[in-house]
Design a protein around this ligand. Structure first.
Ligand code: SAH
Length: 253
């Protein structure tokens, strides 16, 4: 059974696109698969005639696409963010096959969450900093000797997999949590980033790094907490612990 209500909560985010024509072709790829939510992050050039020509009937999807300045802004309200990469990166993220990624996105969206699939620039893909904002990476298992698909072709592959999953999906009733109460809301991207900000500050204040560069520890901690997909309540609990640690550190100074 097709689950159209889940489809509206799945957004495809194109970061720093260099050729406007690719944005048009991506809009077409989405529309053929019954998807319509495209978000453009700081495209190099504005949409032009070529972009609308390549959208070939998906002018509505392209014209409705919001343009925002940063990836963080594009995914602020999302509880699952997956980043598509053509090659392995230094950022050690879990790497998913397209069908597995599509299942996670469609299932989360089916539970009422906002989710995002992120695509990089034609020349250079996503930066490591942008991948850091993602819960996991998605790789289309192309020939390692020629691994990079055209941007809109990559969008088509993922849009197809999402559609396949949505066609199979029967809406799942929300599961009760362990304590028998209603299922807790997962923390949003924005809430996780505020938590990471406070965690970084606390580690400084308790002199955790002792002169070492903080980046490596923060990367590992981000990975751990993003993998756990904590609820809003769990993030509040963690932030309460941090606030107490910060208070004690201040007293000790
Ligand atoms: N030279 C760039 C390729 C960018 S292609 C690089 O090395 O990353 C533009 C975008 O299409 C990529 O950022 C990625 O989001 C997507 N893409 C292309 N090929 C892909 C593949 N094999 N698997 C997953 N995503 C891919």
């Amino acid at each position: 059974m097709s689950d159209q209500t889940a489809a509206v909560r799945i957004r495809f985010v194109l970061v720093g696109t260099q050729h406007p024509g690719n944005m048009g072709a991506a809009a077409r790829a989405l529309k053929t698969m019954g998807l319509a939510r495209l978000v453009l992050v700081a495209p190099e050039k504005p949409l032009d005639e070529e972009a609308f020509r390549r959208s070939a009937g998906a002018e509505d999807v392209l014209g409705d696409a919001p343009v925002v300045a940063t990836l963080a802004e594009a995914v602020a309200d999302c509880t699952l963010v997956l980043g598509c990469t053509a090659r392995a990166r230094r950022v050690q993220l879990e790497e998913l096959l397209p069908a597995v990624a599509a299942a996670r996105l469609a299932d989360k969206a089916g539970e009422g969450a906002e989710v995002a699939l992120v695509f990089g620039r034609e020349r250079t893909g996503l930066t490591n900093e942008e991948l850091q904002l993602c819960h996991a990476a998605v790789h289309i298992p192309s020939d390692p000797a020629f691994s990079s698909l055209n941007l809109a072709a990559a969008v088509q592959v993922l849009a197809y997999e999402v559609r396949m999953r949505l066609l199979q999906a029967t809406p799942v009733p929300a599961l009760p949590s362990a304590d028998g109460g209603a299922r807790e809301q997962p923390a949003s991207h924005e809430q996780m980033e505020s938590f990471f900000g406070q965690l970084g500050q606390t580690l400084d204040e308790i002199d955790f790094h002792k002169g070492r560069a903080p980046d490596s520890a923060m990367r590992k901690l981000r990975r751990l907490f993003l993998r756990a997909e904590p609820s809003e309540q769990e993030v509040r609990l963690l932030r309460g612990i941090l606030a107490d640690a910060q208070r004690m550190a201040k007293l000790a100074r």
